[in-house]
Design a protein around this ligand. Structure first.
Ligand code: SAM
Length: 252
């Protein structure tokens, strides 16, 4: 699926995105994304790439008065980002000068895009002493259910790219010229209406929904174990892990 189709999906999801994606307003995840800012001047320019409705940016701006800009493909998502500035754009072609941004957050974007194309832009726009935090849901490392997780991901996200493991995420940082200076984990516990989750709030392709349901009703044993996956009374419960990496540019 092309980038325009991805944009349309998020335009459709904008109104209910934060309510549906409960993690987006999670306290622990928010604090992990902004904690390094406590060691930076209040005047540091901050950017939320693929920032969507801008929860991280607008909350931190309200709390600290720091200047924030949200960059996102979807105009409708960005309309929720105020009082942060919003720029509609592609993370793989950021409309900013070299080394102009002191702090960059990228949460839940990498699995939709080409990691190499976007990370090269992060490194280009990040100030030499700047901080970059990436928060990403990841697949369990040693699992015999990769095919199950990937099939589910592709069916629900035809405009997606690749759902990776922590090792793949770290490797992508290294290849892009970023050094990981600290890492943390967030364990998301999700309870969602089954039909709403299958349809991804009405945006997943109709023709894939039967197959998504079939996969959910018959997961590999390791998924039940690792993900605490359960379906009861029309509700889906599962857990998944997010990795949050604080990175710097490698010295030249
Ligand atoms: C799962 S949402 C995450 C939003 C936000 N980062 C958050 O954590 O709440 C992914 C966002 O990435 C945006 N997006 C996808 N591809 C993009 C691209 N190439 N450039 C900029 N934004 C993109 C989507 O429009 C969507 O708002």
């Amino acid at each position: 699926m092309d980038i325009a189709s991805r944009q349309r999906v998020f335009d459709l999801r904008a109104r209910s995105f934060e309510e549906f994606s409960g993690w987006s307003r999670n306290e622990q995840l928010y604090h992990l994304c902004v904690e390094p800012l406590n060691r930076m001047p209040l005047t540091t320019w901050c950017m939320d790439v693929g920032g969507g409705t801008g929860w991280v940016a607008r909350r931190n701006l309200r709390e600290t008065g720091r200047p924030w800009v949200v960059v996102d493909l979807s105009f409708a998502m960005g309309q929720h980002a105020r009082p942060a500035l919003f720029v509609q754009g592609d993370a793989a072609a950021l409309p900013f000068e070299h080394a102009s941004i002191g702090y960059i957050v990228m949460r839940s974007l990498l699995h939709y895009v080409s990691a190499a194309d976007v990370l090269v832009e992060i490194v280009r726009t990040l100030a030499p002493e700047g901080g970059f935090v990436i928060a990403q849901k990841v697949l369990p490392a040693a699992t015999d259910a990769s095919h199950w997780y990937q099939a589910l991901f592709r069916l629900r996200n035809p405009s997606g790219s690749h759902l990776g493991t922590e090792v793949e995420l770290r490797d992508a940082m290294d290849k892009a010229g970023l050094v990981v200076v600290s890492s943390a984990y967030f364990r998301e516990k999700r309870l969602a209406e089954l039909e709403r989750w299958i349809s991804k709030d009405g945006t997943a392709p109709e023709e894939s929904r039967v197959e998504v349901k079939r996969l959910l009703l018959d997961p590999p044993k390791s998924v039940l174990r690792e993900g605490h996956h359960r379906i009861e009374d029309g509700m889906l419960y599962f857990e998944r892990t997010w990795v949050v990496l604080e990175c710097r540019r490698q010295s030249p």
